[in-house]
Write a protein that binds this ligand. Structure first.
Ligand SMILES: Nc1ncnc2c1ncn2[C@@H]1O[C@H](COP(=O)(O)OP(=O)(O)OP(=O)(O)O)[C@@H](O)[C@H]1O
Ligand SMILES: [Mg+2]
Length: 170
């Protein structure tokens, strides 16, 4: 085996709020032995204040956020890393791919009722669960030319992480 074939990938765990990005992303990073990051942590304070007040972000708000995530991705290319980021729209993913053309997107996908139930069970989070509908409306699914895979969110976190691992590129 060559050294190049053992290079861990940089993976973006994507999906709507409540799909399990943080839960599965953390497990996946652990299994791969690579650093983990939360896209939420890259928001400027102004964005957090806006979301906390119940206002959706616009693309101008998202630009510095995506720049910061892209920087993290670029820094981890060749070493590996997992970052959880909703990445709902194709243009956000295009921005992140500018940092690493081979960036792999894992889309956590499942029935709305399942996601809603998991959101309802979750407390202490700044994303009001009423935003699930608008997130699903905004979601642009992976297109055939994008490097990535869809992962079912049925079952427990470890099971999903296993499923995700099996889908990663060699
Ligand atoms: N496979 C699972 N089975 C049961 N509960 C789960 C599973 N995955 C995640 N959860 C729970 O569902 C809730 C949502 O998961 P999580 O916070 O990881 O989603 P998220 O996609 O990171 O959401 P956000 O975009 O709002 O950060 C959490 O309370 C989490 O503990
Ligand atoms: Mg999260």
């Amino acid at each position: 085996m060559t050294a190049a074939s053992k290079t861990p990938p940089v993976v973006v765990v994507m999906g709507v709020s409540g799909s399990g990005k943080s839960t599965v992303g953390g497990l996946l990073a652990e299994r791969l032995g690579v650093p983990y990051a939360e896209a939420d942590d890259f928001h400027p304070a102004a964005n957090i204040a806006k979301m906390s007040a119940g206002h959706p972000l616009d693309d101008a708000d998202r630009a510095p956020w995506l720049d910061a995530i892209a920087e993290w991705i670029a820094a981890h290319e060749g070493h590996g890393g997992v970052v959880s980021c909703s990445a709902l729209r194709r243009r956000y993913r295009d921005r992140l791919r500018e940092a690493a053309p081979d960036l792999f997107f894992l889309h956590l996908d499942g029935p709305q009722e399942l996601i809603a139930a998991r959101l309802a069970a979750r407390m202490q989070h700044f994303m009001p669960s009423g935003l699930l509908g608008s997130q699903l409306d905004a979601l642009e699914r992976l297109e055939p030319d994008e490097s990535g895979a869809v992962v079912s969110i049925e079952g427990g976190p470890q099971q999903i992480a296993e499923r995700a691992l099996a889908l990663l590129p060699d």
